[in-house]
Design a protein around this ligand. Sequence first.
Ligand code: ASP
Length: 403
Amino acid sequence: MKKPALYWQILIAFILAIVFGLFLKNAVPYVEWMGTVFIKALKMIIIPLILSSIISGITQIGDAKNLGRLGLKTMTYYLTTSIFALLTGLVLVNLFKPGVGADLGLQKTVDEVALTQQSFGRTLMNIIPENIIEAMVQNQMLSIIFFALLFGFFITRTSDKTNTLLTDFFSSLFEVMMKITMFIIQFTPLGIFGIVAKVVAEQDNLLELFSTMGQYMLVVILALAIHSMIILPLLIKLIGKSNPWLHFKAMREVLITAFSTSSSSATLPLTLDAVENRSGVSNKVTSFTLPLGATINMDGTALYELVAAIFIAQAYGIELTFGQQIIVVLTGLLASIGAAGIPMAGLVMISVVLTAVGLPLEGIGLILSVDRILDMFRTTVNVWSDSCGAVIIAKSEGETLTI
Ligand code: ASP
């Protein structure tokens, strides 16, 4: 019998994992390791993969003018879509007012959350690493991307001999890393089974959670759905002149992985593979836009920051003025740029938004209990937006895609 396609394998694993997590809670420790191994394998390849991908991509882009143009388009896309996402969230949270009458008794301690906050200015400064090896050891993505961009760019400024040697070296390294990625991808169903079973088993009172926080969760999910199912596909169709449905089909496995892992960074190897090999975007574009996108373009997180902050204001009965709501939009954008592509990074960043408009930090305690679940949805939107950006930018560069 032929093995079902990977997508079906993943979907079946996902459903089985939910059943397993719900009914065989005690057996979860026996399967959990599969998820841990899978995530470890993905993390293992991220740094050599993005280094080789960016360096070989940049050497293809060549001169500073091309690089500048690509950079400008990428940043414009990131900002535009994040602002669309924020506005969608703003309209829905003001329309449904999920926080009015919310139960403040749910509060939990937030000391840890508030402590890990990092200012936006510091994040910018930290892009330049003091020590590139240390940056790699600590997984500081923006620093690694920055170094790789410089390295790739200056390869093109060297003598012909060095240029050919290094270009060949990094494109060969990239080829090997992609092969390893494809090898790991085969194990996605097992990995997802382990991860999802654990997440489900950990949510001990799903029903109760839903009855107290349901309205808030629905507003976040509805706004995310509007952004990802209406706004982004329209952009692909109208500006990218491509078929959003075909692109979605190419991205299915990636999106379920993003949903299950709640990490844009861990999903990055799969995103690179699918956007390049299935949607047909060149390595020149993916290598530039996707690693950067996984780190700074987070439409889902931006939207979430905003809805969460306004929800907290509503719960405390604090009326935000129009000006304050604009500040929430802007800080929500900054917080999403600053959030790392790892689980629950967005939760930590809410403190930036709350502080900006003087809302109580304790409010984070209100939304803590449902953050992990909402993280799954917002991460999926983050990754989907990165991939749509790569398609739109590739088209604008005159590429012919397979979608
Ligand atoms: N988990 C999200 C991501 O990796 C970040 C967040 O917590 O919002 O994209």
